[in-house]
Design a protein around this ligand. Structure first.
Ligand SMILES: Cc1ncc(COP(=O)(O)O)c(C=O)c1O
Length: 108
């Protein structure tokens, strides 16, 4: 994505603070800066109410992780992505069979 969208070194990607190392590692491997956002007590997923406060002119995307099969608040994250022109990368490694808004989620 970095090449595809002409992102620069040290551009910022928002990642949940609770996850295995993969999401942060993917950023660092690509010379992007992972910016951690705290997670919710109820789902352990990224707290969507804390995302906006870390968005800067260098923010390019959000890695959304659905931890332990519990869905992140994807609708709100998509709204933020639209508002700030951010790309969404979903980590669905723990999302097999997950439902969201009463429907089975499909991932590309
Ligand atoms: C949330 C999450 N993301 C990614 C991965 C895959 O990580 P990796 O490809 O580094 O083994 C896992 C594996 O358990 C995971 O739980």
């Amino acid at each position: 994505m970095k090449d595809e969208f002409s992102w620069s070194d040290n551009d910022e990607i928002i990642v949940p603070s609770f996850n295995i190392i993969s999401s942060a590692q993917a950023c660092i491997y690509n010379k992007l800066k992972p910016v951690f956002v705290d997670c919710e007590n109820e789902t352990w997923n990224i707290d969507v109410n804390k995302i906006e406060q870390v968005i800067t002119p260098k923010t390019r995307g959000i890695i959304v992780v659905h931890i332990y099969g519990l869905p992140s608040d994807t609708d709100k994250i998509l709204d933020l992505a639209k508002k700030y022109n951010l790309k969404i990368i979903e980590d669905a490694a723990q999302a097999h069979g997950m439902t969201y808004n009463g429907k089975m989620r499909e991932f590309q």
